[in-house]
Design a protein around this ligand. Structure first.
Ligand SMILES: [Zn+2]
Length: 441
């Protein structure tokens, strides 16, 4: 058992400096008073430009009039008579027949490529994916789509016109399988701007979705994870993340998540699993219990709890699932909905102008020691500089209490307006010790 020496992780100095050590990564962070006075919203935006609303948007390659600018759709979530339904492997001539609420496609620029799986593991497309590929490319619309998208990829990689002509035939076979059976995918949302947008700052972020749309977005992403594990048996972890706006690494200001299959856990997950091996209750004790003792837990419902994180380089919100089930795809819809509601509320409170990364963590497929499903929202409001490089002490522009106090009033307002789900806020949270049940046998 840990000694309850919480000061080792969170220490407020007499001048107001908050020295923090992240209990899970060991990262040393200082928040210096006076650096966090900037307003939370509208930090990066230049003067917004007015926009002309169109029936169908065509602002970027993820917009709905440009369905053919990304690889073929593995799945599409549609809303028919107010019910959500998933259509798999849509034939290319039917893309325009429905409006996709969310689409799942291969990532044209894979981090872990299909060649990695093929060359290192002898990975092959299964019979279902092979027959989808073959029927797609023999369809005239499909053949055109594939040719265009390969051409686009080669142009993007800096090839000249002549090189492209020469390489196209050769690369086609190599690239083709990545579209149909690759393991780095995108989940793309329907809209670029909000329905009422009058200028280009009014982007449809996670927080601008309804609570139901946000739950469907989560569920569709989790279904994709399950599906991917089914066709690539070498996967040991699937990384799920969302980069919102350019300073968080997004190529387009159009809402999307990324799903990337890996053959290992990565250093960060491995370290966290090592911690739960030593102390199964560590995510309660040094996660939520620690945050609760410093009044950093700010939102809670039956299946999830949200707090401000301690010891992060960027101002960070942590949302934990309380479920016994430690992988998102093992959880019931109600458990997933609880997590989704808190994540949605936090995004809504942060607003669509704030650049942030959403990162999912959970127990790897082959781990026998459990860590709870949790999600970090990291606000990309600061850039690490020379001081950090030289000292390994990171300066976070906001103290955890500053961040909490910026979010909580906004959450009350959104709850009053009915824009977020019902949940306990601030002093209303029960903060019963050990709220996370993942550790139970
Ligand atoms: Zn767009």
């Amino acid at each position: 058992m840990f000694p309850r020496n919480y000061n080792a992780y969170y220490n407020v100095m007499p001048d107001g400096t908050v020295k923090q050590i992240n209990p899970f990564t060991g990262t040393e962070v200082w928040a210096v008073p006076g650096r966090g006075n900037k307003p939370l919203a509208n930090t990066h935006q230049e003067t917004p430009n007015p926009i002309q609303r169109k029936e169908s948007e065509d602002i970027c390659s993820f917009c709905r009039t440009r369905y053919f600018e990304v690889p073929p759709e593995k799945a599409r979530l549609v809303k028919i008579n107010n019910r959500y339904e998933t259509l798999f492997h849509l034939p290319p001539d039917q893309y325009g027949s429905t409006v996709a609420e969310f689409r799942r496609t291969g990532n044209l620029f894979e981090i872990v490529t299909i060649d990695y799986w093929k060359k290192n593991y002898g990975y092959k497309l299964n019979a279902e994916l092979t027959s989808w590929r073959d029927s797609y490319i023999t369809h005239p619309h499909g053949a055109m789509h594939i040719n265009d998208i390969i051409h686009y990829k080669l142009v993007q990689s800096g090839k000249t016109h002549d090189e492209i002509l020469k390489k196209e035939a050769f690369d086609k076979l190599r690239i083709l399988d990545a579209f149909f059976g690759g393991c780095h995918e995108l989940i793309i949302a329907k809209s670029h701007y909000t329905d009422y947008a009058e200028n280009d700052s009014q982007l449809k972020s996670s927080g601008e979705l309804s609570t139901e749309e946000h739950f469907q977005y989560f569920k569709f992403t989790i279904d994709a994870m399950k599906n991917m594990m089914g066709y690539n048996r070498y996967i040991r972890y699937i990384s799920i993340f969302q980069n919102w706006l350019k300073s968080a690494g997004a190529s387009f200001d159009h809402l999307h998540k990324q799903i990337c299959g890996l053959d290992e856990w990565g250093a960060s997950i491995s370290e966290q699993i090592q911690l739960v091996r030593q102390e199964p209750n560590v995510f309660n004790e040094l996660g939520v219990n620690l945050a609760a003792q410093y009044n950093l837990v700010f939102a809670e419902n039956d299946t999830a709890v949200a707090c401000v994180g301690i010891g992060h380089r960027f101002p960070t919100i942590e949302i934990y699932s309380k479920s016994y089930f430690a992988r998102p795809y093992e959880q019931t819809d109600e458990e997933i909905r609880g997590v989704s509601n808190l994540v949605h509320a936090c995004h809504a409170a942060l607003g669509s102008q704030l650049s942030c990364n959403e990162e999912w963590y959970y127990t790897p497929i082959d781990a026998v020691y459990k860590m709870p499903w949790h999600i970090l929202l990291k606000l990309r409001v600061n850039v690490t500089a020379g001081f950090e490089g030289g000292t390994s002490i990171y300066i976070n522009p906001m103290t955890p209490v500053d961040l909490r106090d910026k979010i909580v009033p906004k959450l009350y307002q959104l709850r009053n307006e009915g824009k977020i789900a019902t949940m306990s806020l601030a002093e209303e949270c029960a903060i019963t010790p050990n709220p996370l049940k993942y550790y139970l046998k």
